[in-house]
Every structure is written in structure tokens, then in C-alpha cells.
Design a protein around this ligand. Sequence first.
Ligand code: THU
Length: 126
Amino acid sequence: MTGTELVAEASAAAENAYAPYSGFRVGAVVVSQDGRRFVGVNVENGAYGTTICAEAVAIAAAASAGVRKIDTLAASCIDAEGPGYPCGNCRQMMVEFEVDRVFVGGGPDGPLEYALDELIPHAFRL
Ligand code: THU
């Protein structure tokens, strides 16, 4: 699938985001090395710190199915003006599962593509 297709799938997933507090709906799609796809949305909570990000949910779904190596992650915030970049925590989660490339929706000319070390240089690895 192309970056455009994956970001479109992430945007469709974002319609199911549970974001009553921020109004910032995010969707993410993870593609495993063996081609399986997993979606996630942000799920907010009245105890704000309990909120989980869309990318984290998608990565957790993939990990729960046994995935240990992620090929691609696409993220889309359907309420952002411009690109909805993944937060630092989500970037660190991507490091753990060795994401090869990241597509971010909302770019001026379509999805923006990054290698993970562009998004999180000098990442922590245990
Ligand atoms: N959010 C994500 O889903 N992913 C990110 O990478 C950054 C932030 C969500 C969390 C919260 O529900 C809303 O966006 C506003 O922070």
C-alpha cells in the first residue's frame, strides 16, 4: 500500500477516536513486516494522564498479535491544521519495534515520509 492509502486508512480510523476532551482525533495504522495491518485511535480519559495515543494503540494491537518488527506506521489527525506529528512517547515506542518508515498525514502535498531516526535521533535503547 502507498503512503497515501495508509494515511487514508488512518484518517478513516480516526473517525472512531474517543477524544471528547481535546477534540483532536487521531488514527494510526501499523503494517507488520509480514504485511498484516493494525489500526489504533486515541482513547482519552477524564483522568487526563490515562489517555492513550493512536500510535500506541496500533503498536499495542500489533504486539498483542505477536508482531515484533514493524515495517510502516501511518498517522493522521483529522482535526489538525497541518501535519499531526507523533509525540515523543510514540516515537520511543516505534524505536522498540524497529519501525522502518513513518507517514504523517496533513502535509501540504500529501503524506510526509520519514525514517525513524529523523523523527527520533539518538534514541534510547536498553
Ligand atoms: N495524540 C495521539 O493520539 N498521538 C500523538 O502522537 C499525539 C497526541 C492524542 C492524545 C490526545 O488524545 C490528543 O491527541 C491531544 O493530545
